[in-house]
Design a protein around this ligand. Structure first.
Ligand SMILES: Nc1ncnc2c1ncn2[C@@H]1O[C@H](COP(=O)(O)OP(=O)(O)OP(=O)(O)O)[C@@H](O)[C@H]1O
Ligand SMILES: [Mg+2]
Length: 160
């Protein structure tokens, strides 16, 4: 029995260029276990959000057993999830209304000794840490909520 059937599924986050998800065909059978592996930011959580009915596809179909989630409207998708799916979310603890760089430099506003340890130039030290942690340079002034969870965890590491 087919548990999950994906056909031509495409999804793009607002403000991003290109598809974050573009899957021509993917099937998971009953009792099959799947390990999803990929670099941080490649789209794993986005795909899980689509399977859970939290994100809505731009095109294509995603069927769980015989229900096509892309055909269900909000409340019905929520009900379907409540009935049929379990989901463990990733965690993060950044301030959602601040940019990436402002999240990293924030503790220096509360502590002059921390600021001093940053070598005087807090912005420059924050950029150095974020670069060392492989955060894309073009995301530093974006809100942290526009990053993947793993990217957000690395912002939290830079802040720490
Ligand atoms: N809310 C959002 N708004 C805009 N872009 C987003 C949003 N969430 C994720 N993205 C972008 O979509 C891409 C995929 O993100 P996703 O969270 O699916 O990655 P992931 O594979 O789960 O990464 P990780 O291993 O770090 O958790 C990333 O490049 C990210 O910048
Ligand atoms: Mg993720």
């Amino acid at each position: 029995m087919i548990m999950l059937l994906i056909e031509n599924l495409c999804f793009r986050w607002p403000g991003q260029s290109g598809w974050q998800i573009d899957i021509p065909h993917f099937v998971v059978g009953e009792k099959e276990k799947v390990f999803l592996k990929g670099a941080s930011g490649c789209g794993k959580s986005t795909l899980l959000g689509l399977i859970a009915g939290i994100n809505t596809a731009d095109s294509g179909s995603l069927q769980i057993q015989n229900t096509d989630l892309t055909m269900l409207k909000g409340a019905k998708r929520d009900a379907f999830r409540a009935d049929n799916l379990g989901y463990i979310f990733q965690q993060f603890n950044l301030l959602p209304y601040l940019s990436v760089i402002d999240n990293v430099t924030l503790p220096c506003r509360f502590s002059s000794s921390r600021k001093a340890r940053a070598g005087g130039d807090v912005q420059r030290e924050a950029k150095r840490l974020l670069k060392a942690l492989a955060l894309p340079e073009n995301c530093l002034n974006n809100p942290v909520t526009a990053l993947s969870i793993g990217q957000q965890q690395r912002v939290a590491a830079a802040r720490a």
